[in-house]
Design a protein around this ligand. Structure first.
Ligand code: SF4
Ligand code: SF4
Length: 357
C-alpha cells in the first residue's frame, strides 16, 4: 500500500466515539496511515488512543485500507533517560521491556502485526546509544521482527543529530517537527530524498496554534503539501478536521501556489520592520539544547501577528522541541552562526520577557 500524503494522528481525540467517527471518515477520505502511542489520550489501560484506534479499524473492512503503527521510547519524553513506564511507553531500556510494551500495543490495538514500529521521542545521541546497547531497545525490536514490517524514528533533535541517527541505516521513516513557521530541520529532507527515507511532518499546525489564524492555517497545510517526500501527520480531533484536510488536498492544483509563493505570503502576514528570525536553523546546535529558530517563531507570531495562542502554546510545549529560552547562557554561538546577522542577544532576552510573562 502506498503511504498517503496526509496521515491520521491519533493524539487529539475527545473520546472513543468521536475517535471512531473521525478515523472512519479519514480512512474513507483516503488517508491510510494511523500514528498512535501508548500515552495518547491515556486515562486507563482500556481507555486510550490505542484501544480506540483498535476498535475503529477492526470494524468492517477498515483494517485492510490502513497502515497501523505503534511506538515506544528509550527516553523519558524529554531529553533524558527515563524510568520504565509500561503503560505510557517511556523509559524502554531493555529488550524485555520493549517486548512487554510492544505486545501491550498489539493487544490494545487488537492486531497481530504492525506495518510500522517507531523508536519514539529519541532526541539525543545519549538516548540513541542507550537504545543501541546490547540487550536494549534495538535488540528487543529485532526479536519482534516477525511482527512489524518497517522501522521508523520519531525525534525532535537538531538536523545534524537526526542525520546521524539515520546514517545507522536502520530507519525507513523519520518523524520530525516541521511546519511553515518552524523550518529549522529542512536539511533532513535533502538527506532523506537521497537515501530513500520518508519524512513524516509532525506538528503541521505548530501544535495546533496556527489553527487560530484562518489564512495561516491554510498556508501551513499547503506548505507541507507542496514539499516532495513529506507526509503530513495531522492530529484530527473531529470529522470536520478531516473534511478540511481533504479540501486542502483536493484544491492544491486549483490553488496553484508554489512553495515560494506560500512562504512569501506567510512572510507578509508575519510582517515586521525589524530584522527577524526566518527559522532557517543554521544557528544549531545550541550547547543548551535550545532550538532558537523554533522558539523565535512563537515570538514572531506573538509580537508581529498578535497571536495570543502563540504565547500559550510556547508555554505548554516547553518540554519539547527545545523551547527552553530560559536556559540560555548568552554564549553568543547562535549569533555568530546566524546568516541574517540578527542581534540575537537582544532578541532572545526580549523573547524571554514576552513569552514567559
Ligand atoms: S536565529 Fe538566525 S540562524 Fe537561527 S533560525 Fe533564526 S534566522 Fe536562522
Ligand atoms: S546564546 Fe543562548 S541560545 Fe544562543 S547558542 Fe548560546 S545558549 Fe544557545
Amino acid at each position: 500500500m502506498e503511504m498517503s500524503k496526509i496521515m491520521i494522528g491519533a493524539m487529539r481525540f475527545k473520546d472513543r466515539e468521536s475517535a471512531r467517527q473521525t478515523i472512519h471518515a479519514a480512512i474513507d477520505a483516503g488517508f491510510n496511515y494511523i500514528d498512535t502511542s501508548p500515552c495518547y489520550c491515556y486515562t486507563s489501560a482500556t481507555d486510550n488512543s490505542e484501544t480506540w484506534v483498535g476498535d475503529a479499524v477492526n470494524e468492517g473492512d477498515y483494517r485492510s485500507r490502513v497502515m497501523m503503527s505503534a511506538k515506544c521510547s528509550p527516553g523519558n519524553g524529554g531529553m533524558g533517560l527515563g524510568d520504565f513506564e509500561p503503560d505510557t511507553g517511556f523509559g524502554v531500556r531493555s529488550a524485555e521491556q520493549l517486548e512487554q510494551v510492544f505486545n501491550q500495543s498489539l493487544k490494545r490495538q487488537n492486531l497481530d502485526k504492525f506495518d510500522y514500529y517507531h523508536m519514539w521521542t529519541t532526541h539525543t545521541m545519549e538516548q540513541f546509544n542507550e537504545a543501541s546497547k546490547a540487550g536494549g531497545w534495538l535488540d528487543g525490536v529485532r526479536k519482534m521482527s516477525d511482527k512489524w514490517d518497517h522501522l521508523g524514528i520519531t525525534t525532535h533533535a537538531d538536523t545534524n543529530t537526526i542525520i546521524a541517527f539515520l546514517a545507522s541505516g536502520l530507519f525507513e521513516t523519520v518523524t520530525i517537527p516541521l511546519n511553515v513557521v518552524n523550518r529549522t530541520r529542512l536539511g533532513v529532507l535533502e538527506y532523506c530524498s537521497r537515501n530513500n527515507i520518508r519524512v513524516i511532518a509532525m506538528n503541521p499546525l505548530a501544535g495546533g496554534f496556527l489553527a487560530s489564524h484562518d489564512r495561516l492555517k491554510e498556508l501551513a497545510l499547503r506548505y507541507l503539501m507542496s514539499l516532495h517526500n513529506v507526509h503530513l501527520l495531522i492530529g484530527f480531533s473531529a470529522v470536520e478536521d478531516v473534511a478540511y484536510a481533504k479540501w486542502i488536498q483536493d484544491t492544491m492544483s486549483e490553488c496553484g501556489m508554489s512553495t515560494a509563493e506560500i512562504l512569501a505570503e506567510v512572510d507578509s502576514i508575519v510582517n515586521s520592520d525589524e530584522p527577524r528570525c526566518t527559522g532557517c536553523g543554521y544557528c544549531a546546535p545550541c550547547p543548551q539544547g535550545i532550538n532558537v529558530g523554533a522558539s523565535l517563531s512563537y515570538y514572531n507570531l506573538y509580537k508581529y501577528v498578535k497571536m495570543e495562542s502563540a504565547k500559550t502554546s510556547f508555554q505548554e510545549k516547553q518540554w519539547e522541541d527545545g523551547l527552553r529560552l530560559d536556559k540560555c547562557v548568552k554564549c553568543g554561538l547562535c549569533s555568530s552562526r546566524c546568516p541574517n546577522a540578527l542581534p540575537l542577544d537582544k532578541i532572545i532576552q526580549d523573547a524571554k520577557k514576552v513569552l514567559y510573562a
